[in-house]
Design a protein around this ligand. Sequence first.
Ligand SMILES: O=C(O)CCC(=O)C(=O)O
Length: 258
Amino acid sequence: MVFLPVWPYFDIDMLTKQEIDFLDTYGYLDLGQLLTADQVDQINDRIAELMQSEGENAGAELAASNYIRHPKEEGADRLADLVNKGQIFDIFYTHPRVLAGIEAVLGQAYKLSSLNYRAAKPGKGLQKLHVDWKNTVVSGSYKVCNSIWLLDDFTEHNGSTRIVPKTHTVNILPDEAMADPNEKHPDEIRILAPAGSVFIFNSHVWHGGTTNQTDRDRRSIHSYFCSREQPQQIDQKKYITKETMDRIGEKGRHILAV
Ligand SMILES: O=C(O)CCC(=O)C(=O)O
């Protein structure tokens, strides 16, 4: 007789000990190319359709969220609530290796906070170094963790994300430590990898977008998680559709906390 696993079950075994140690030490981890070139093309096509159909309202769910007032970012296109905008986006919050990375940072009690698209426009996209939390936290009791899915190759020149490794353990924010957090930090590294790659980054590590110096958008999706007791950036219960609810199964519903 075969016993199938029943909920709750966890994904941490999907990472090696070396990967978990790297994430713990440096605050980020390259999970490799989790999407094929065909998948990236199909996702980019769906994103283009949504940008077209939502027009001025693109990203409105994010702007309306009580979580953090998120004024529209000048120089970046945004879409929000991708959970309810097609089955093609299910993988972003159910991929076992991504969930393992989130679990390594937040522990087993986590949920999806938001699933959003961000593209740095040509000539734009610089963000100050920041963390995605209001203040510092005690090392190990992390509240938020992100995964960034590359929908274009990330290069030195097209607005790739910068990260200052190990800063998730320092007890100071970039605003306090740096005269100007828009400036380059001497220890910062870039996320440089081919389209389809996914990186986990502990959202308490100092990070930010850089200027896209090319003439094409630099596209990405952020699948962003929080510990279970925290409010979500997008209230998933408010937006969930019957179609999504019926499709995603018990584990999907648990991850969304709906
Ligand atoms: O898209 C990126 O490169 C980083 C975005 C980011 O850190 C943010 O929007 O808070």
